[in-house]
Each structure stands twice: as C-alpha cells, then as structure tokens.
Design a protein around this ligand. Structure first.
Ligand code: C5P
Length: 281
C-alpha cells in the first residue's frame, strides 16, 4: 500500500461570537470558519506501530512527542476502530503554532482522514468529526475543512452552501508570539458575550475574543493597528480564533500582493503570508 497524503489547511475564523459559558467552563460560540489554500501536509504509510516525525518551519514549536495532537488522533482512531495496525506519520509543519489558526487541530483532523483511508475504515466525515471532539473543540470542523458555520463549542457544524461563497484573497500576519487559548477565554468580560447573529450576517459580527486577546498580549493590538493603516486598504482586518494571528481580506489578488509586500517590508519581524480563500458573498 503506497503512502497516503492529506492536506491540513489552516483554520481561519472570519467571525467569532461568544454566546455563553457552559458549566464545564467551555464557551459556546457562533463562528464563520474558512480553510485557505495554505496549511500543513500529513503523510501516512503502513507500519507495525504508531510513530510521528515532524519537519518544516514550525516543527520545533509543534513537537513530535506524545503531546502532539496528531499522534493522539491516530491512537484514538486505532482504539475506536479496534485495530492493531500501526502507521508511520509524517507531518510538514507550515502553520504557525499557537496562532489562532487551528494548526494542531488541522493536523489531527488530516491524520484521521488519512488513516481512515490507509486502514480502509470508510468512516464518514461526520463520524470522524464526532470521534474527534475529545481532541479539542476545533478538530471536528477541521475534519470537514470546508467553509462552515459552527455553533455549540464548535462541534455543531453547518457546511456553507457553495452558491453563498466567493473566492477572495487573504493576508495573514502572525507576530511570532504564542498566545495560549485558555488565557484569552479567561479574560472574557460580560460585555464580550451576547446573542449570535444568524449565519448570513455573521461576517459583520467581528471577533468577540479580540479585546481579551489584546489585553493578554498587547502586540495583537499593534498588529491590528498596523494592518488597518497599511495600504492598499483591505476590505476587512480582524483577528482569527483566539489570536495572535490576524488577517486582511481583499477582493482582488494584485492589491493583496502589494499589501503583503508592504507588510513584510515594514514589519520584517512578523510572519506575513498571502493566500487564496473563500468568504460569504
Ligand atoms: O478544546 P481546546 O483544547 O482547543 O480548548 C482549549 C481551551 O480553550 C479550553 O480548555 C477552554 O479553556 C478554552 N475554550 C473555551 N471554549 C471553546 C473552546 C476553547 O472556553 N469553545
């Protein structure tokens, strides 16, 4: 059986509203999520036991040990399917770690899809997504890796209709500062929590975690301000997930390319990257 490769696209929250807090401490959300043409790559090959190697720009931060979500995903699927086969897992890590781009979740989800094929399990994406929730609230949406509207703690997923979507261009900026998700949720104040807009008006909703992220990590505020002041003017500048990365949206590729060049020149210490993605019409 040859190697099986799966792309693990980054997850970007075009909008994120916090609608409440559950008794177990998790927050309920309403979020419009897209998966740009950029991400990590996982490759799986048959083997007797499960092992993981990690390469690429952000490999040192991701780690290859038992704490890596990709390895935990593989063990979870092995147990759920009741099989003894192993696999050699290879991960090319391009998504910044601790950036609000769901990197670890994307890898775990891609491993589930890849092993589902390698081991001939034939589970649906819905089944894999259900199985994936104990790995983290973002893993189920990364199993689908298509534009979607997520509610609950992120596990209630409505895939967007293709006719509601258009292609746009995104410039992602990551200030190379790791911002732990629990720190941001802990900093939420009552004013950050409120009822959700419906999916159709979600783009206008903003990211309710932005205030708490800026408070926990002031460089996020600097990134947002710098991105809003850089020409050519983007359609929208916003933080993704719990930060620290932020994105700018453009309807056309040429201004996105000019903006990417301007940001790189002005802020060489930050990670800046242009990519194609989808958004609501
Ligand atoms: O599920 P995950 O491990 O990604 O979540 C990390 C932390 O982020 C949780 O322990 C929780 O503090 C916070 N979180 C939350 N509500 C969510 C997702 C994450 O409060 N919907």
């Amino acid at each position: 059986m040859p190697a099986i490769t799966e792309r693990a696209p980054a997850k970007v929250n075009l909008s994120l509203q916090v609608t409440g807090r559950r008794a177990d401490g998790y927050h309920t959300l309403a979020s419009l999520v897209v998966f740009p043409e950029f991400g990590d790559v996982v490759t799986v090959t048959p083997a007797e036991s499960l092992t993981l190697t990690v390469e690429g720009e952000f490999a040192p931060q991701a780690g290859a040990g038992e704490a890596n979500l990709a390895l935990r995903a593989a063990r979870l699927l092995q147990q759920a399917a009741g099989i003894e086969a192993g696999a050699t897992l290879r991960l090319e890590k391009h998504i910044p770690v601790g950036a609000g781009l769901g990197g670890g979740s994307a890898d775990a989800a891609a491993i589930l899809r890849a092993l589902n094929r390698l081991w001939g399990l034939d589970y649906s994406h819905e089944t894999l997504a259900e199985l994936a929730l104990p790995l983290g609230a973002d893993v189920p949406m990364c199993v689908h890796a298509r534009p979607l509207f997520a509610t609950g703690i992120g596990e209630q997923i409505a895939l967007c209709d293709a006719t509601d979507l258009r292609e746009i261009f995104m410039v992602l900026v990551y200030p190379r500062v790791v911002l732990p998700t629990p720190d941001v949720f802990r900093g939420l104040q009552p004013g950050d929590i409120g009822p959700a807009a419906d999916a159709r008006h979600a783009m206008a909703a903003g990211n309710a975690l932005e205030r708490a992220a800026v408070a926990a990590c002031p460089v996020v505020g600097e990134v947002l301000q710098a991105m809003k002041q850089t020409a050519p003017e983007p359609v929208l500048v916003r933080m993704s997930g719990s930060g620290a990365s932020c994105f700018a949206l453009f309807a056309q590729e040429a201004p996105a390319a000019a903006y990417e060049a301007a940001m790189r020149q002005a802020y060489p210490q930050w990670w800046v990257r242009r990519m194609r993605t989808q958004a609501m019409r």
